[in-house]
Design a protein around this ligand. Structure first.
Ligand SMILES: O=C(CO)[C@@H](O)[C@H](O)COP(=O)(O)O
Length: 237
């Protein structure tokens, strides 16, 4: 039996989470509003430091701008940075609801995850495509969310790594066997062509960057993505 995370009381899963990494920053507010106007309730913020990943994106100032653009949205803040513990307070002040750290970036991930929860935020752990699930086994009882990277982190618009599907299926099986309720997120290369199979694997949150922000007709794209996830999760039930 699947245990329900408390966030199920507020959000319908599976959900699409647009990643603002792919947004047009000359009009970030309008970009975010084009998603929330279509019913999107989760916004994914990809923070990159140029050390943990070979690219620099943005920091707390943009997360804070996203918060002002979407006061009601759930701000899912994915830290692809070294020493994440140093920046928790800055992202909390910026308005993050959930902070995800990378298992590979923090030798004290257990302590950092508990520090996030002690701030009253939700805590997530992410793993790269080359990182086995066994590396986070001991962290699973501590987290609200596991983010399975389906591309090597650092850039939007990359091809989906298919081995992420059996990885999600194994993680969903562990969740059942361990009696845990963490949410499962996939990040990278998701779109209309694979949203259904991703949802069918047991994914709760499907991060979509270029698929959403690359679409001229934002509403139509979000509706199609949502439809695909519903079909996939219905098969699951
Ligand atoms: O986080 C990353 C890369 O590190 C990206 O995967 C984006 O969050 C999603 O972008 P698309 O792959 O959907 O363009």
């Amino acid at each position: 039996m699947n245990l329900r995370h408390p966030l199920h009381n507020t959000y319908a899963f599976p959900t699409i989470a647009p990643s603002i990494l792919a947004a047009d920053y000359t009009q970030l507010g309008a970009e975010i509003e084009s998603c929330t106007a279509t019913g999107i309730k989760w916004i994914h913020c990809d923070v990159m430091d140029g050390h943990f990943v070979p690219n620099i994106s943005f920091g707390p100032m943009i997360v804070e701008a996203a918060r002002r653009s979407a006061p009601e949205a759930f701000l899912d803040t994915h830290l692809m940075i070294e020493k994440p513990a140093l920046y928790l307070e800055a992202f909390q002040k910026a308005g993050a609801d959930l902070i995800t750290i990378h298992a590979e970036a923090d030798p004290h991930a257990h302590r950092t995850l508990n520090a996030i929860k002690a701030m009253g935020l939700y805590a997530g752990v992410a793993i790269n495509p080359g990182t086995p699930l066994t590396q986070i086994e001991e962290l699973l009882p501590e987290v609200d969310l596991v983010c399975v990277m389906s591309v090597n982190p650092g850039f939007g618009g990359q091809a989906f790594i298919k081995a992420s599907i059996p990885k999600i299926q194994r993680l969903a099986a562990w969740r059942r066997q361990m009696g845990l309720n963490f949410l499962i997120e996939i990040d990278g290369g998701a779109g209309v062509d694979n949203a259904e199979i991703i949802a069918r694997a047991g994914t709760d949150i499907i991060v979509c960057g270029s698929s959403v922000f690359g679409a001229q007709d934002r509403k139509e794209r979000i509706q199609r993505l949502t439809q695909k996830t519903i079909i996939g999760s219905t098969d699951l039930a």
